[in-house]
Design a binder for this molecule. Structure first.
Ligand code: ADP
Ligand code: MG
Length: 671
């Protein structure tokens, strides 16, 4: 049985409307152990023939049997598997992976074949071609001849039966060319069939048989020397390339074995991840810029989530501290914060209202307040803050027991005393040493002297609102001396138990309508909110916020994904030759697809990780500098990472598919 058998083989390229017939019906038979040179003028179809013989290309018509098997109609992937088991290639342009060690380059075909012990075998073949001392050198650290010897080692690493070499010495100086030819001769002597394309007669003289092509036809077939008996015997035994080839494996590999590509292994994934990071390192600025979209999007989402979560927690903590029995009565019929009713009327709350409300059944206590913003000054420091006028009831109703000094009392209130209880933030702003008790010192509030009698407990911030930025003065002092107000701004009512709250609110409504003489056809000119109303309102805000955030995140990931897709398309077209080479040494479509998907996922997850770091930094900075609570949860970090990697996969699909569908010869011919 001949190793290679072709009959009536043609190959035509479509050109314009017609076609260019390059091979015009070739018949050829090649035995195991031959050393064949294909010669002919440039453009005569030598490379085309070699690519068909090497399963990189398919004939237009005619028969091709390799090892007795009809291979003219193999699929791309079957061709790749058969190639990786039986064929090695050496190209004129070497086609080594740049920035990659000789050892790794030589081992590459074994990754696609799913073969074990790659490093040991790659070292063995590199030693065989005399490069045992250059294992760690990258192609740009090797001479042309050495690079071609790495390429030969790579062709040998899977123990092929046939070695194809397309003008292997075309790019080499003559002494290096001699070395390469000697190498090929020795390999042939050890049993490998060598098929070499050349157009130089003195190189063809090394071969035992020379075929001349002209205009797509074989015009001569000369034998310089017969196949020496020992080479033929070596080839028949399958003792190919080196004596180290395990004999037991030899008969199993051949054209009749199952031609399914091996499943994606860990080694392959590692190789692709390494290749992804090599590509990133080689194009640092470009990769960084293409990650920017994802980075900024993820950082923004992480920071916003953290701040939102922080605000929510603070609000919840504050609300739970307030107790669930409180109702606030505010002027105005609708909306939050006392928006005036449509009629333009709004209620005026008096101290008598408070007294009446305190007598409603199940009301524990009721307390009216006024508030406004004032300028406060201590020595040369000044600060604008909220001043609340309150009575002694305020402290127990709002869990506001002072931690320095005392709260305002009813006596203060009766005497219209200028005394103040200050919040922590005010203390920080006015006093050089806020840890010292300021009790007894005098500050100015709107140009009048007030004596500090106490300090409020620290309450923290709820989102953007700082609950410690306030001063409490006696109610009547605030109304008469500070703000000149006759009416109360709002009234707090406390029910005696959570389950009497609804009844209390109903009774309050009836009472207030009566006290304000509202006829039946008029709406309330006041409104009440209890803590669960406020909580529900806040939860609603949080939901809207989360939805908005999801939308922002989706847009950010879309923009980031398009950035990644763009750079992956560039990367695929830049590395077309590399893809061609990987396919030539046995990569199936699936392998190329996986490589580029892993690359874009790696790009996106590096961007995402940087974005997470930036987002956490921003959250920490915001909570340190602005005093907002920011809580970064592990789940938001995990989510951001998964989503950014997922974006890489989704937006990498198209470029990766494009790469995987490239035909190996077109990719190799790509300039
Ligand atoms: P050589 O003998 O120099 O190796 P080739 O086999 O590379 O020649 O090419 C043979 C002919 O086929 C040339 O005339 C070339 O222009 C043509 N050819 C090769 N590849 C293509 C292609 N993809 N499309 C059209 N024409 C092609
Ligand atoms: Mg050629």
């Amino acid at each position: 049985m001949a190793l290679i058998e072709i009959a009536g083989l043609t190959r035509a390229y479509p050109v314009g409307d017609g076609e260019l017939v390059v091979l015009k019906g070739l018949d050829l038979s090649i035995e195991e152990g031959e050393f064949l040179a294909i010669m002919g003028p440039s453009g005569s179809g030598k490379s085309t023939l070699m690519q068909i013989l090497g399963l990189l290309d398919r004939p237009t018509s005619g028969a091709y049997r390799l090892l007795g098997r009809d291979v003219s109609r193999l699929s791309d992937d079957e061709g790749a598997v058969l190639r990786s088991r039986t064929i090695g290639f050496v190209f004129q342009m070497f086609n080594l992976l740049p920035r990659t060690s000789a050892l790794h380059n030589a081992a590459l075909p074994m990754i696609y074949a799913g073969a074990p012990d790659r490093d040991a075998r790659a070292r063995e073949v590199l030693e065989l071609v005399g490069l045992g001392d250059r294992l760690g050198h990258a192609p740009n650290q090797l001479s042309g001849g050495q690079q071609q010897r790495v390429a030969i080692a790579r062709a040998l690493v899977n123990r092929p039966k046939i070695l194809f070499a397309d003008e292997p010495t075309g790019n080499l100086a003559s002494d290096q060319a001699e070395d390469i030819l000697r190498e090929l001769r020795e390999l042939n002597a050890s049993g490998i069939t060598v098929i070499m394309v050349t157009h130089e007669p003195d190189i063809a003289a090394h071969a035992r048989r020379v075929i001349r092509l002209k205009d797509g036809r074989i015009v001569a077939d000369e034998r310089n020397a017969p196949v020496p008996a020992e080479a033929a015997a070596a080839a028949r035994d399958g003792a190919v390339a080196t004596a180290t080839r395990p004999r037991s494996r030899a008969p199993a590999r051949g054209a009749d074995a199952d031609l399914r590509p091996p499943p994606l292994g860990l080694a392959e994934v590692r190789e692709y991840a390494a290749s992804a990071f090599r590509a990133m390192a080689a194009n640092k600025v470009r990769s960084a810029l293409s990650m920017l979209g994802i980075l900024i999007g993820v950082a923004a989402v992480i920071a916003m989530l953290a701040i939102g979560r922080g605000a929510q927690r603070a609000v919840e903590a504050r609300l739970s501290g307030l107790g669930s029995n409180l109702v606030i009565l505010i002027p105005g019929s609708t909306g939050y914060g006392g928006v005036h009713g449509a009629s333009g009327s709004y209620s005026r709350f008096t101290l008598d209202d408070v007294k009446a409300l305190a007598k409603v059944p199940h009301v524990l206590r009721a307390e009216g307040n006024v508030s406004g913003n004032s300028q406060v000054v201590y020595k040369d420091q000044n600060w604008n803050t909220q001043v609340i006028g309150a009575t002694g009831l305020y402290a127990p109703m709002h869990s506001d027991a002072p931690y320095f000094g005392r709260f305002v009392t009813d006596d203060d209130d009766r005497r219209l005393d200028r005394v103040a209880v200050v919040g922590r933030t005010v203390l920080n702003k006015l006093f050089a040493d806020p840890d010292l008790s300021p009790v007894g010192r005098t500050i100015k509030i709107d140009h009048a002297d007030y004596r500090i009698v106490g300090v409020l407990p620290v309450k923290g911030s709820t989102g953007y609102r700082d609950n410690d930025d306030e001063i409490i003065v006696p109610l009547r002092t605030a109304m008469k001396r500070l703000f000149g107000k006759v009416y109360l701004d709002y009234i707090w009512i406390e029910a005696d138990a959570p389950d009497t709250l609804d009844g209390v609110m109903d009774a309050v409504e009836v009472l207030m309508r009566r006290r304000h003489h509202l006829p039946d056809f008029k709406d309330d000119d006041f409104s009440q909110r209890n803590m669960s109303d406020i909580q529900a309102a806040l939860t609603g805000t949080t939901k809207t916020f989360t939805l908005l955030l999801g939308f922002v995140a989706a847009i950010a990931l879309l923009v980031g994904g398009i950035g990644i897709m763009n750079i992956m398309l560039v990367s695929v077209s830049e590395r077309t030759r590399e893809i061609g080479l990987r396919k030539a040494v046995g990569a199936a479509r699936r392998a190329i697809l996986a490589q580029f998907l892993i690359e874009s996922a790696a790009l996106a997850s590096v961007g995402g990780t940087a974005g997470i770091a930036l987002g956490i930094a921003v959250s920490v900075a915001v909570s340190r500098l602005a005093g907002w609570a920011a809580v970064v949860t592990p789940s938001s970090v995990l989510l951001a990472f998964v989503f950014s990697a997922g974006t890489g996969v989704v937006f990498g699909l198209w470029p990766a598919r494009k790469a995987s569908l490239l035909s190996p010869i077109e990719a190799l011919r790509y300039e």
